[in-house]
Design a protein around this ligand. Structure first.
Ligand code: SIN
Length: 323
């Protein structure tokens, strides 16, 4: 059986607002995330009854509380299911708050030739008009598409690539944006309309699993902190980080979300240079919501190659796992 003949999907539940429960149907903010079982979420979408699905509850959390153990379990299960010849793709239900980080992690580690589709909701399952069932239904349509590949996020009828997607709004039901790159496509009545190519994928069976194995075997992630440059910034936070040792391990990296084109307040930059000379890796990203640091000669710090500050932080931590 090849990937095009396989029709079975795996749905992995991790929690989030899509699985949230409130005491009032009118309450769209005072709910508790990660309450409703993923099997119940699947049951809310009658069209999914006709689709052969395996459903697994991997975690049941608010995604703001993501921990290494959940990522390890999730990445491990995704890798196992991707190997199955009867599986066409994987759908993951997830909270919106850190979905872009989980999507980036999975794309970086797996670059799957089958689709791994993360979906979510901005209204709890108990809301008067929950958005989760439609998002889940759209995610299934994407995961079953014969050309689909790579890790994507599906929400509010749009398909976003894992590298570019960012949550840009705390309340509206279409909270994601893919910046200058734009969404990959959209889902309309279960039909896909693509604007851009699918994310990068490596052919089945040729994937180097060393990075995945390193993540799965890690006891802790290398400590990489994310700080901002801003008006009146100084080097105090960097000096405090350098002086601080705790059970979380010594500081290995700092990502600074710089102003504009990755510029950093002189006083903060001096402290970051000192951190670099002490063996801490420093990377600068832009704190602007869109665009990237445009590289130029004489840049005082290496830039994040277009990654947002949170993704640059994760990319650096993954790189430091290798050394
Ligand atoms: C979460 O990220 O788990 C809660 C918020 C959400 O899903 O919108």
């Amino acid at each position: 059986m090849n990937a095009n003949q396989a029709r079975r999907l795996v749905v992995l539940g991790t929690g989030g607002t899509i699985a949230g429960r409130a005491t009032q149907v009118s309450d769209n903010v005072g709910y508790v995330a990660g309450q409703v079982a993923v099997s119940e979420l699947v049951a809310m979408v009658p069209a999914l009854a006709a689709c052969p699905l395996d459903v697994e509850q991997v975690a049941q959390i608010n995604s703001k509380d993501m921990v290494l153990g959940v990522w390890q379990t999730l990445a491990g299960r995704v890798a196992v299911h991707l190997e199955r010849s009867d599986v066409a793709g994987i759908v993951i239900t997830h909270g919106t708050d850190t979905i872009e980080e989980t999507a980036f992690l999975l794309q970086t580690l797996l670059k799957p030739s089958k689709p791994v589709v993360l979906t979510c909701a901005m209204r709890p399952a108990t809301a008067l008009v929950p958005d989760g069932p439609q998002n889940l239904s759209d995610a299934v349509a994407v995961a079953l598409h014969p050309q689909a590949r790579g890790v994507v996020v599906v929400c509010a009828g749009r398909i976003h690539g894992a590298i570019d997607v960012a949550k840009v709004h705390p309340y509206r039901t279409d909270p994601f944006d893919s910046g200058d790159a734009g969404a990959l496509g959209c889902v309309e009545e279960a039909q896909l309309r693509m604007f851009r190519p699918w994310p990068q994928a490596v052919p089945e069976g040729t994937h180097d699993t060393a990075s995945l194995q390193r993540l799965l075997g890690a006891a802790v992630m290398p400590r990489v902190e994310l700080i901002f440059s801003h008006a009146l910034a100084d080097g105090e936070v960097v000096r405090a980080l350098l002086g601080h040792t705790s059970g979380a391990g010594r500081l290995r990296g700092i990502v600074v979300a710089g102003t504009g084109n990755g510029t950093v307040h002189d006083d903060l930059l001096a402290a970051l240079k000192h951190a670099q000379s002490s063996g801490v890796e420093v990377v600068v990203a832009s704190r602007c919501a869109q665009g990237r640091v445009v590289p130029h000669a004489g840049q005082p710090l290496p830039d994040s190659a277009g990654l947002s500050p949170v993704k640059a932080r994760l990319a650096l931590a993954l790189r430091l796992l290798e050394v």
